[in-house]
Write a protein that binds this ligand. Structure first.
Ligand code: ZN
Length: 134
């Protein structure tokens, strides 16, 4: 599976851009809001994948909860899959636990699903359906 992006939880996208954009030199493509997930996302390409800075937009945001518990840092890794429905079935039959079933709540309405960190040695893994990569 190809790495689609790395999600990094931050308190403030503007603050984090001071580091990622201005000091580290990544370029900012855009900042979008995903209302369903109560986050604002800054997209910074990094080679074939990208960094997504995730800022909560509501106290009930999963990112807000993560920040309270763990502080800023890597929140999840996202990998591309060709057929998310069959991939999820395959993972479930391999006893991997899901946080959410596939739904259209990713950026640009892409279909995504999350695997529970308990199943993946402490890392939240997102799967995104993509025609580019298996
Ligand atoms: Zn993500």
């Amino acid at each position: 599976m190809k790495l689609d992006h790395i999600g990094i939880a931050v308190h403030s996208i503007e603050d984090a851009l001071g580091t990622y954009q201005h000091r580290l030199g990544f370029s900012l493509v855009e900042i979008v809001a995903i209302d369903e997930q109560k986050v604002r996302v800054a997209i910074l390409p990094a080679g074939d994948s990208r960094i997504e800075l995730l800022e909560p937009t509501a106290p009930s945001s999963p990112i807000q909860k993560f920040l309270e518990k763990r502080g800023e840092g890597v929140h999840h890794l996202c990998f591309q899959v060709k057929d998310i429905q069959s991939k999820v079935k395959e993972l479930q039959s391999a006893s991997l636990q899901l946080v959410s079933m596939p739904s259209d709540t990713g950026l640009e309405g892409r279909r995504i699903a999350f695997l529970h960190p308990k199943s993946t040695h402490g890392v939240l893994i997102e799967l995104v359906e993509s025609e580019l990569e298996a």
